[in-house]
Design a protein. Structure first.
Length: 184
């Protein structure tokens, strides 16, 4: 019955073990939906892996990591990003993308309302990183897959057909009409 306040900013970064790893369990869908984005890194190239090995020759590279920001600056960035303008037609575009995930013939479940909130927030961040104080449909498209991939579930037909979630989401981006917004 006790609530404990976390420090600000509150950020969680998690890694996922491959399915079937001994001693690990997959997170339930309701918990996955609480993560803002999911990024798949894949394996390094041979050249990148050689560089990883070289860096470990003389100790751990973690020992020489230096801060590039601090909590105060992160909070300032979050405040600025929260002020990035989203026009109603962009909100409608986000809602239409979510709606299409909920009725796509290869998905058994689509993006939740929490997912649309995350997509809007990530779109604001993308706009800000792209040097704008307003969101364009391109910003939504830029973050759609990383914001949606862990929130939707392939149905049996898709799994049997070896369909990838990312391919379904790309198809949805192509199907949902992108709103026209004039930049001034």
């Amino acid at each position: 019955g006790t609530t404990w306040k976390t420090g600000e900013p509150f950020i969680v970064i998690a890694t996922e073990n491959p399915e079937g790893s001994a001693g690990t369990q997959l997170l339930p869908e309701s918990q996955l939906d609480r993560f803002m984005i999911c990024i798949r890194m894949g394996y390094p190239t041979v050249k990148e892996e050689v560089e990883i090995l070289k860096r470990r020759q003389n100790g751990s590279p973690v020992d020489i990591v230096q801060n590039v920001t601090n909590a105060k600056k992160i909070l300032q960035m979050q405040n600025v990003v929260s002020e990035v303008f989203v026009h109603d037609v962009v909100f409608e575009y986000i809602a239409n993308l979510a709606k299409e995930t909920r009725r796509h013939n290869m998905l058994s479940s689509g993006i939740s309302p929490r997912g649309t909130v995350a997509l809007a927030a990530m779109s604001r961040a993308a706009a800000w990183l792209n040097g704008r104080e307003y969101v364009l449909p391109e910003d939504v498209k830029e973050v759609f897959i990383s914001t949606a991939a862990h929130r939707v579930r392939l149905n049996t037909k898709a799994k049997v057909g070896h369909v990838q979630v990312e391919d379904v989401l790309r198809q949805i981006l192509e199907q949902v009409k992108e709103p026209s917004i004039r930049q001034q």
